[in-house]
Design a protein around this ligand. Sequence first.
Ligand SMILES: Nc1ncnc2c1ncn2[C@@H]1O[C@H](COP(=O)(O)OP(=O)(O)OP(=O)(O)O)[C@@H](O)[C@H]1O
Ligand code: NI
Length: 331
Amino acid sequence: MKNEVVLKTDNLQVFLPNNQGILRAVNGVDLEIKKGKILGLVGESGCGKSVMSLSLLGLLKNKEWKIEGEIELRGKNLLSLSKEEMRKVRGKEMAMIMQNPMSVFDPLTTIGGHFVDTIQNHIKITTKEAKKIALENLKKVSLPNPEKIMKQYPFQLSGGMLQRVMIAIAIALNPAVLIADEPTTAVDVTVQHQILGQLKKLVKEHNTGVLLVSHDLGVIAQMADEVAVMYCGYIVEKAPVEELFRHPAHPYTKGLLSSRFQLTKRRLKPIEGQPPSLINLSNQCPFLERCNEAEEICTKYRMDEIGGIKNHLVRCAKYVTGNEVMLHELA
Ligand SMILES: Nc1ncnc2c1ncn2[C@@H]1O[C@H](COP(=O)(O)OP(=O)(O)OP(=O)(O)O)[C@@H](O)[C@H]1O
Ligand code: NI
């Protein structure tokens, strides 16, 4: 089936009450992760990408975080599951690749041991069979001498190798959804390219639905089928990858793209100013203060009143009236 949705969020909100007020990290996010497709999530540091990713897997560490809205995995409401049920979902139906592999691996367990633990946690098979699956998956990520790697400890491998091992473990049980939060920021650029190429090939072969988080637009361009741009916990623009790069509509997306252009000339021109604090964030456009296209109309709409059309979403008040026409002209 084409474009089959595997994971869907509906008005997802993640917030953390603290002594200064409420930290609003994720604000009314509607996303769909589709079978065999990579959804890129991009945005400046601190905009809520990791908090959202972790919330999808039920992995937010601080118990004070509140989650509202819906997260649906192939028709199953994840927010209604118990901790134990959620633990079963993780690894088998949904897996995660983290930014820093060192923080994930137990230094006293061999790579083989990590594989066997993860696999046996979810399916009843012998250690011998689990090792066979491990070897097959290590081969898939092109690691030389997988038999030797199985016996090694995490510290004996380079960052790039560990990152590949983490990918191999994540895909071992063929999950329907893979969440990758900055999967290659800890490795150098050449290795990054190889790993990303491999990851893309694997998820396409396995028909995995992927959420790929990155603040690197180059990575997003290489990998994603569709891109969501996040700002202050809101998805401010979402479109198929080519459309987004050719016809960015939201002033924030345009700013991000032009800062990347400047970066290639070795001069970083970030968008001027700082994002507002997420504590007690108002429901007005959070980009207003930094926006060089702001007009009177921008103060008249709340963020939840601004939607998009068809498959190009732009949460900017300037697209509210006659948006159909403006967007068609753009596209
Ligand atoms: N454990 C936590 N306790 C309190 N606040 C947190 C915690 N984790 C994240 N935050 C806050 O939540 C907001 C969103 O952070 P998040 O880590 O999701 O950003 P991000 O988009 O992933 O940034 P980066 O690109 O730097 O990884 C930030 O204001 C951050 O300070
Ligand atoms: Ni993050």
